[in-house]
Ligand binder design. Structure first.
Ligand SMILES: Cc1cc2nc3c(=O)[nH]c(=O)nc-3n(C[C@H](O)[C@H](O)[C@H](O)COP(=O)(O)OP(=O)(O)OC[C@H]3O[C@@H](n4cnc5c(N)ncnc54)[C@H](O)[C@@H]3O)c2cc1C
Length: 506
């Protein structure tokens, strides 16, 4: 076996220096050469090291190959071998949501828990005209409450956790509790910054979606991705440019699917809902707090047992199913699942067998909570727009310090501004809604992903809002699948639960 390190991402300032140095003049500084060399592997028997050199020696031929392979032959997965990193500054929280909707990217974002907000927000293009005074007034009032609340909440948490004031790290945590609760006052126009990493295939798709997004800010972000990555890897970021596309393929670029589908379906949905407005709805789903379990794999534990038997034997699926059925009926399935989980620890992922049982929840959650839940990319998530009719989320500390009235007034004023701004732009109006406003969300996750969500989010270190929501999700799912999810608890309770259920904390 021979393994070579063919490439890796390097800071762009270093690449720029290299590009400008005499000895590097003329070399192709593009990830396309690696992607093309890998694309050529499928038909060319030359060693891949030679294919890479060939692509470097004739980058124009490599680009032609890439266009042909990726876009004509539809072998788009080769574009995944080219990777980009982007610094994104001064983007709104609402803009971040549109970006992070795309689950195949990697994101690390400024934390509103660890960083104090300084009242900076994005002025959306949609409200640059006569709506601007209302927009700015709302944002400024939200920020005033943030500053006031932060001071009061910091004092409150200092009193609550006096033992955490000595060490710098602990004190930062206490300050963090105040920041993360005060931020419920501020709106979705608040500025964020993040690092984003994507491969070219995902980026191409994301640019097309972003350019069709109703928000001007998101369209601009799509254009920036196109400008920056298209410049470096023109053969891989091509489907996004109507002029280049037509030149290359001799037919117009059709973006109707991206631009027209959702507005069209929104209208169809509105008509259907109106026609069925008096349809009785009589479901009684298991629920806890703001979470409903609306669907789940019936006999979920049996499905997990069957999967474990299957992947550890040569028996057919039917045989494994029959045995799983018998083990569950006889009450002896715990030995197998317990045996499987015996060596697990709080850090390792549950295995693929646990992907067989699925659970679908409807959750009404705050924007602050959604901001965290959306990062669980392995689940399927569908969201509705924020809706002031769904009520508001108040941090417990806000209630205990007597700030509830002020937060409620702030939420209500922001809602009024929202309704007023909807007259200008229905989607952009959401910029003025706060972290305490709510939306409905469907989350479908298998038991493996639920293990992951629970380890991170049911844990004592997690923020209280997502800890509550994930705790309710897990309690509902564990009720339907007590064996498969027996060790799905926050990291802090894992060993205790392992000891209690399996008699071992190894
Ligand atoms: C206490 C705490 C503090 C946090 N603070 C911040 C913060 O300050 N800023 C911030 O941006 N985020 C923060 N996060 C969010 C965190 O970075 C994760 O985005 C979030 O917890 C989702 O976890 P995940 O990516 O492991 O989950 P999922 O996306 O659901 O993925 C599940 C698992 O699949 C695998 N996986 C998924 N995608 C990939 C991939 N592209 N490459 C390799 N493996 C993959 C990994 O094994 C992963 O654990 C915080 C989370 C916690 C719990």
């Amino acid at each position: 076996m021979e393994v070579k390190l063919a490439g890796y991402n390097i800071d762009s300032s270093i690449i720029e220096k290299a590009r400008n140095s005499e000895s590097m003049k003329g070399l192709p500084f593009t990830p396309e050469t690696v992607a093309v060399a890998y694309a050529r592997i499928s038909r060319d028997s030359s060693p891949v090291t030679e294919l890479r050199q060939k692509a470097i020696d004739d980058v124009e031929a490599a680009r032609k190959s890439a266009r042909n392979i990726v876009f004509e032959m539809n072998h788009q997965s080769v574009a995944e071998h080219a990777v980009f990193n982007f610094d994104i500054l001064d983007i709104s929280r609402l803009g971040v949501e549109s970006l992070q909707w795309h689950r195949l990217g990697s994101y690390t974002e400024k934390s509103q828990r660890y960083q104090e907000l300084v009242g900076d927000y994005v002025l959306p293009k949609e409200f640059e005209g006569e709506a601007r005074p209302l927009f700015e007034k709302t944002m400024n009032e939200q920020n005033e409450l943030y500053v006031k609340a932060f001071e009061i909440l910091f004092e409150y948490f200092k009193e609550k956790y006096p033992h955490m004031l000595e060490k710098k790290w602990d004190r930062r945590m206490v300050e963090g509790y105040a920041k993360e609760d005060a931020r419920y006052a501020v709106g979705l126009a608040t500025k964020a910054q993040l690092g984003f990493t994507s491969n070219a295939r995902n980026l191409e798709y994301l640019i097309r979606c972003m350019r069709a997004n109703p928000l001007h800010e998101v369209k601009t972000l799509g254009d920036e991705f196109y400008r920056l990555a298209g410049n470096v890897a023109p053969s891989l970021i091509l489907l996004t440019d109507p002029v280049e596309y037509e030149k290359e393929f001799g037919r117009p670029l059709n973006n109707d699917y991206f631009i027209k589908t959702r507005p069209n379906v929104r209208k169809l949905t509105a008509n259907i809902l109106e026609n069925f407005s008096d349809l009785p709805v009589n479901y009684n789903f298991p629920s806890r707090g703001e979470v409903k379990l609306i669907d789940w794999t019936r006999e979920a534990d049996k499905a997990t047992v069957q999967a474990i038997l299957y992947s550890h034997s040569q028996a057919s699926a039917e045989t494994c199913m029959a045995i799983a059925d018998k083990l569950i009926r006889e009450g002896s399935a715990k030995d197998l699942i317990g045996g499987f989980l015996k060596y697990s620890n709080p850090w390792e992922a549950a295995t693929r067998e646990f992907e067989i049982p699925d659970f679908t929840f409807e959750v009404v959650l705050s924007s602050a909570c959604y901001g965290q839940m959306k990062r669980h990319r392995m689940s399927t998530q569908l969201i509705q727009r924020y809706d002031p009719e769904l009520g508001f989320t108040f941090p417990p500390s806000v209630i205990e310090t007597g700030l509830k009235k002020e937060f409620e007034a702030n939420y209500r004023q922001s809602s009024e501004a929202y309704y007023e701004l909807m007259k200008y732009d229905q989607v952009a109006a959401q910029y003025v809604l706060t972290n305490g406003h709510r939306r409905r969300m469907l989350v479908k996750a298998n038991a493996r992903e639920l293990y992951h969500i629970s380890r991170l989010r049911e844990d004592a270190h997690a923020q209280w809002d997502i800890r509550d929501v994930s705790g309710d999700m897990l309690a509902l799912a564990r009720d339907k699948s007590p064996l498969s999810l027996m060790l799905a608890w926050g990291k802090d309770r894992f060993l205790e639960k392992k000891k209690e259920l399996l008699g071992s904390s190894y």
